[in-house]
Ligand binder design. Structure first.
Ligand code: COA
Length: 221
């Protein structure tokens, strides 16, 4: 068994920890040492039986492998920032795939990526490094999911869609065939994306449009 540490001790990280437990129940694979987190309130805590070992900067002291579980719609670039700050080599990151996920043998999945319960990834899809794919996400054929993308529960990404680096896709949203969600853009909860989303822009609604514009329309009504 290999030692494994999760960076960040929030909700997504705890879901990854449970996926690790489920993997180990099938076949012992990971010796989960605990979490690293910069929140002083969490440092003294045990979460679901696992310790918060110390701040994130201590990662380089461990010979373990890592997954970064940090995800936030308010700061979609944060996981990349943490990755760059700790400066560990790609080979030090583990790929975690929950046993219930259904992944095409013709898909590729990167390092540091975590795929949780009941995710479906169909053929020719390319998933990059440090991608978080939460439960019940469905990804259609030939989609391209770049590094540091987050897919929240039950998001639907249809064929040939392209999610660029750091995009955050909200729960229950849908991305139409071939649409591009550009770098660090945020697709809000339940949004239906039918055209490309510009970089670092938050879109909401059906059809999805930039949040500021959606609110102006609401006020006008
Ligand atoms: C889109 C989002 C990022 C906006 O967050 P925010 O900038 O903090 O915005 P606020 O919550 O302050 O809301 C601002 C306004 O946008 C509206 N709004 C927020 N999210 C919306 C959404 N998904 N669809 C439609 N309108 C939305 C709010 O009603 C509010 O309108 P008001 O000013 O008329 O009251 C956020 O609401 C969201 O959808 N996050 C994704 C959540 C998610 O999927 N989590 C999964 C965790 S596992």
């Amino acid at each position: 068994m290999e030692d494994l540490i999760i960076i960040g001790a929030g909700g997504s990280s705890q879901q990854i920890a449970e996926a690790i437990e489920d993997i180990n129940l099938r076949e012992p694979r990971w010796n989960f040492l605990g979490y690293l987190d910069d929140d002083p309130a969490k440092l003294v805590q045990t979460i679901g039986g696992a310790r918060v070992l110390g701040p994130i900067a201590t990662a380089t002291r461990y010979a373990a492998r890592f997954v970064i579980g940090i995800a936030s719609a308010r700061d979609p670039g944060r996981r990349k920032m943490v990755f760059e700050k700790i400066g560990l080599d790609r080979s030090r990151f583990a790929t975690i795939i929950h046993p219930s996920a259904n992944i095409s043998r013709h898909a590729t999945i990167g390092a540091g990526t975590a795929i949780l319960q009941n995710v479906v990834i169909t053929q020719n899809t390319v998933v990059g490094d440090h991608v978080l794919i939460l439960h019940n996400v469905s990804i259609g054929h030939d989609a391209k999911i770049e590094d540091f993308v987050t897919l929240s529960p039950a998001a639907v990404v249809t064929g040939f869609s392209h999610l660029r680096a750091g995009a955050y896709i909200g729960a229950g949203s849908a991305i139409n065939n071939g649409c591009v969600v550009n770098d660090n853009a945020v697709v809000g909860l339940g949004a239906v994306v039918v055209k490309d989303v510009p970089p670092a822009t938050t879109v909401v609604g059906n059809p999805a449009c930039p949040l500021a514009r959606a609110l102006r329309v609401q006020v006008a009504r």
